[in-house]
Design a protein around this ligand. Structure first.
Ligand SMILES: Cc1cc2nc3c(=O)[nH]c(=O)nc-3n(C[C@H](O)[C@H](O)[C@H](O)COP(=O)(O)OP(=O)(O)OC[C@H]3O[C@@H](n4cnc5c(N)ncnc54)[C@H](O)[C@@H]3O)c2cc1C
Length: 392
């Protein structure tokens, strides 16, 4: 199809559904789309299968991960918990893509998604332009590490590091390390760094809330409900730990008893030599490790103007309330492996209903043929899109 975009003719490949990201969320959606025989394409700019798990530090073993939920239709099995989660999950995802014939186009970057005059969405990718009726966006958070700002940060003579770039404790041998952040990543990194470092300090904004494990379904549901309530109001999703608390494991109990997990309030400023608290006390440090989490990686959706005045995107389930063509997976309540699974299924089903009507039964997993062009129903048009005249 040829479109006139700002006076420039753009040749775009038509597709019913485009999925951006092939992590847990994207693959779950792909499974369901494939099962329903829909016409879809999946893009991922990472070099290999595995979503963000392929980048996680090697000392994050499967046994140390919270819990990795099975993808629909194929269990993870019982891999060795001592193996790095990055390896196990990448192998699992690769097997999954093969088993269900999910043709993930990679490495293909989706640089922007824009409105087209006929109500479709134009995806500009490193593999050419695509015009999709629906977008299932599952681009995760890994590529948007969150760095808070503190006075004096730039003047620090030591090293600033985010968990995004953490590769394990070895490089901290003999160093004095400040770990910032009260989430599971900070706690795990701190415990392993403390074994080799000359000294550590742990600072968090709020006192940690320790929770007796295991992290069962009931706790999971309560956490999801809290995040869901926020994003429905258009507020940015809260941090994971603020809704789950920190699990007490034997290792954590031991680290608390030994003083490694002694929490200090946030420092006030950073000096060339270390950090200073409001009462004037200080700690000289070689490294500040920012275990301060991630934000949704959605820069490619900026042209759609989805963010509201609350700073977040008002969501109705997986669907963007202001733009029913767009589903966000791994955003807010679905930012966990279990949440991503559910979201993938529900987004794919919503798209199927919109394309085919509510009475249509699901197709078979083996069916891959796209809908014949003449049989495709029009995408739903909300008021905003109805006002836009189709291209000549
Ligand atoms: C350190 C850490 C540990 C975690 N541990 C757990 C755990 O133990 N259990 C749990 O349930 N959850 C855990 N989580 C949460 C985790 O993020 C989710 O569980 C889940 O893996 C996220 O899946 P996803 O599909 O949403 O995103 P991702 O796995 O991040 O996949 C997103 C994919 O989108 C691709 N992509 C992004 N932007 C573009 C673009 N513009 N164009 C093309 N491709 C793009 C990326 O290459 C990537 O492959 C953890 C998170 C972190 C940060």
């Amino acid at each position: 199809m040829t479109y006139d975009v700002d006076g420039i003719p753009v040749e775009a490949k038509a597709v019913d559904v485009a999925v951006v990201g092939a992590g847990q969320a994207g693959l779950s959606a792909g499974y369901q789309l494939r099962r329903d025989g829909l016409d879809f394409v999946m893009f991922d700019h990472a070099p290999r299968p595995g979503g963000a798990w392929q980048y996680r530090w090697p000392t994050l073993t499967l046994g140390k991960a919270h819990r990795i939920a099975d993808l629909p239709g194929m269990p993870l099995g019982t891999p060795d918990p001592a193996r790095p989660a990055s390896e196990v999950v990448s192998e699992y995802f690769a097997r999954y893509e093969r088993e269900f014939g999910l043709d993930v186009r990679r490495p293909v970057d989706v640089s922007s998604v824009r409105d087209l005059p006929d109500g479709r969405l134009l995806l500009s990718t490193s593999e050419g332009d695509h015009a999709a009726r629906f977008l299932i966006n599952a681009s995760g958070t890994w590529e948007k590490p969150f760095w808070p700002r503190y006075a004096g940060m730039e003047a620090f003579r030591g090293r600033h590091l985010h968990t995004h770039d953490y590769r394990g404790p070895d490089e901290f041998a003999g160093k004095r390390v400040v770990v910032v952040g009260g989430g599971a990543s900070g706690v795990q990194a701190l415990m392993e760094i403390a074994e080799v470092a000359a000294g550590t300090r742990w600072v968090t904004r709020r006192p940690p809330e320790w929770v007796e494990g295991p992290f069962d379904e009931e706790l999971g549901r309560a956490a999801v409900a809290k995040v869901d309530e926020r994003v429905r109001r258009g507020l940015p999703p809260a941090s994971v730990v603020s809704v789950t608390g920190l699990m007490l494991t034997d290792e954590v109990r031991a680290a608390r008893a030994s003083g490694v997990l002694h929490r200090l309030p946030m420092f006030e400023r950073i000096t060339p030599d270390g950090v200073v608290w409001p009462d004037g006390s200080s700690y000289d440090a070689d490294v500040v490790l920012w275990a301060t989490g991630f934000r949704a990686s959605l820069a490619h959706l900026t042209p759609l103007g989805l963010r509201g005045p609350g700073g977040g995107i008002v969501m109705d389930g997986t669907r963007v309330a202001s733009d029913p063509r767009v589903h966000l997976l791994g955003y807010g309540p679905s930012a966990s492996t279990i949440g991503a699974n559910r979201a993938g299924r529900s987004a794919a089903r919503a798209v199927r209903r919109a394309l085919r009507g509510p009475g249509q039964p699901p197709g078979d997993i083996g069916r891959t043929a796209p809908n014949p062009p003449g049989e495709r129903p029009e995408p739903p048009r909300d008021d905003r899109h109805a006002e836009i005249a189709p291209a000549a």
